[in-house]
Design a protein around this ligand. Structure first.
Ligand code: SF4
Length: 445
């Protein structure tokens, strides 16, 4: 159970020195209990108290890192609107050791290719999960070796077997990739802990039923290992959803330490469209990592797009880099448009310019990701700022004219911008939908 503020207070030095950032030890204890302070802020807390208070100051879901920079867990809220979600659900593509070496290499090549550029973001799946479906240790080791050889350096691996000896054999040659390994069960956990501990890699703990899972997680912790990922054995979607929700609720709301780890879910549907729907359910609530079968871009893209939407902080609009962007094969005759760096605005403008088939420059002004009118109302789309940006990105050296197009909504800045920049300021359409006809009328040949 979580410690109360008073439990924590009893362990503090009671100097009331204020060095932790709050005036008294009691206030610090309350902040610690609420998860709003870090124990390390008090320089006077004893080692014994530190150990005792560890559970109170640790995040309700432990952060687990593996592979090429994958981080799971460390979430502090049930719902994104309460704060934000931090570590997007990791997506791994299953690779069975029943496949031939050629089939494994081809499947891994498809995984490497699952990279997408959308609205200024680049994203892809995080890697592969090699499964010991054959039950043969030598076959598993060979499959892991082939898969690792074919896998891009920026992707990560999960090794899945319930045979500790098979895991040891397969893990050694790829230990440098720091894979996540599993699965520890009630029957094999001592051996699995030994292998994971020796390699310094996190371990999946697997049990069907939440009581059994809590019991097994406690046993693994008692065996001296805390780098864990929980596998509640997801098969039927509604049952899995209920289990994943309970795990999150108990970890976040009740600070139930046995469930204070990231959670893994597997898809079970064979039809790829049904599988992606199922994966979306688990991604929304509350899998830290997914292992899926689908590997085709048209199936994986919707899942990754949903992930981006869910893990985008609603208080921080998606932005493009504030700079001079070229759309198409620009020439010194190309028009120059000015807009904001709010992704939705920028890409709408860019799409219309592309459709006009007149290669152009777009100067994206840093408005903290706000749209044109909001930016203007907040003083973030001022003529001085636009003129400075034109100079900073040497727009004059890119084109052989001195004409800049501003959005119709900020026509009011045209005079001042002309004065500040020395350029002719053309007032463009208010809505991006008017850009195509505007461009053809003004810049078409
Ligand atoms: S720094 Fe430590 S001793 Fe000082 S007020 Fe904070 S909790 Fe108390």
């Amino acid at each position: 159970m979580a410690l109360t503020g008073l439990d924590i207070y009893k362990q503090l030095p009671k100097k009331n020195c204020g060095e932790c950032g709050v005036p008294t030890c009691l206030a610090f204890a309350m902040a610690l209990a609420a998860g709003k302070a870090a124990l390390s802020s008090c320089p006077y807390v004893s080692d014994a108290a530190k150990e005792m208070l560890d559970s109170a100051s640790a995040p309700p879901i432990k952060k687990i890192a593996f592979g090429a920079g994958v981080e799971l867990g460390d979430e502090t809220v049930m719902f994104r609107h309460e704060k934000t979600f931090y570590h997007p659900t990791t997506v791994m593509i299953r690779v069975s050791d029943n496949l031939s070496a050629e089939e494994i290499a081809a499947r891994v090549a498809e995984v490497n290719d699952l990279e997408f550029d959308r609205v200024g973001l680049h994203y892809g799946v995080e890697g592969i999960a090699v499964t010991n479906d054959s039950g043969d240790a030598a076959k598993f080791a060979a499959a892991v070796s082939v898969a690792s050889g074919a896998l891009a350096e920026n992707k990560s691996m999960v090794l899945l077997t319930e045979d500790a000896a098979a895991l040891k054999g397969a893990l050694e040659p790829v230990a440098g990739r720091k894979p996540l390994v599993g699965s520890a069960t009630a029957a094999n956990f001592e051996g699995m802990v030994e292998v994971a501990k020796a390699a310094g890699v996190p371990l999946i703990v697997k049990a069907a039923g939440l009581d059994a899972l809590a019991e097994l997680a406690d046993k693994v912790v008692a065996a001296g290992y805390k780098e864990l990922v929980l596998d509640p054995v997801t098969t039927e979607t509604s049952k899995a959803l209920a289990d994943l929700t309970q795990l999150r609720r108990l970890a976040i709301k009740k600070k139930f330490r046995s469930f204070g780890y990231p959670v893994l879910a597997y898809t079970s549907k064979e039809n790829p469209l049904e599988e992606i729907v199922q994966a979306n359910v688990y991604l929304a609530k509350y899998a830290s990592m997914l292992v899926i079968n689908a590997v085709k871009k048209e199936h994986v893209l919707p899942l990754l797009t949903f992930r981006v939407n869910l893990y985008t902080d609603p208080q921080k609009p998606i932005q493009v880099e504030p700079k001079l962007h070229a759309v198409g094969d620009v020439t010194p005759d190309s028009p120059v448009y000015v807009t904001t760096n709010f992704s939705l605005t920028y890409y709408t403008v860019q799409g219309e310019i592309e459709a006009s088939k007149i290669p152009s420059y777009i100067l994206a002004v840093d408005t903290d990701g706000t749209s044109v009118l909001t930016a203007y109302a907040a003083g973030k789309f001022e003529p001085e700022k636009v003129a400075d940006l034109m100079e900073k990105f040497e727009v004059a050296s890119k084109v052989n004219h001195k004409k800049v197009v501003i959005p119709g909504y900020v026509a009011v800045i045209s005079g001042k911008l002309k004065e500040k920049s020395g350029w002719d300021v053309v007032v463009g359409p208010r809505e991006a939908s008017g850009i195509m006809s505007f461009a053809k009328a003004n810049f078409g040949s």
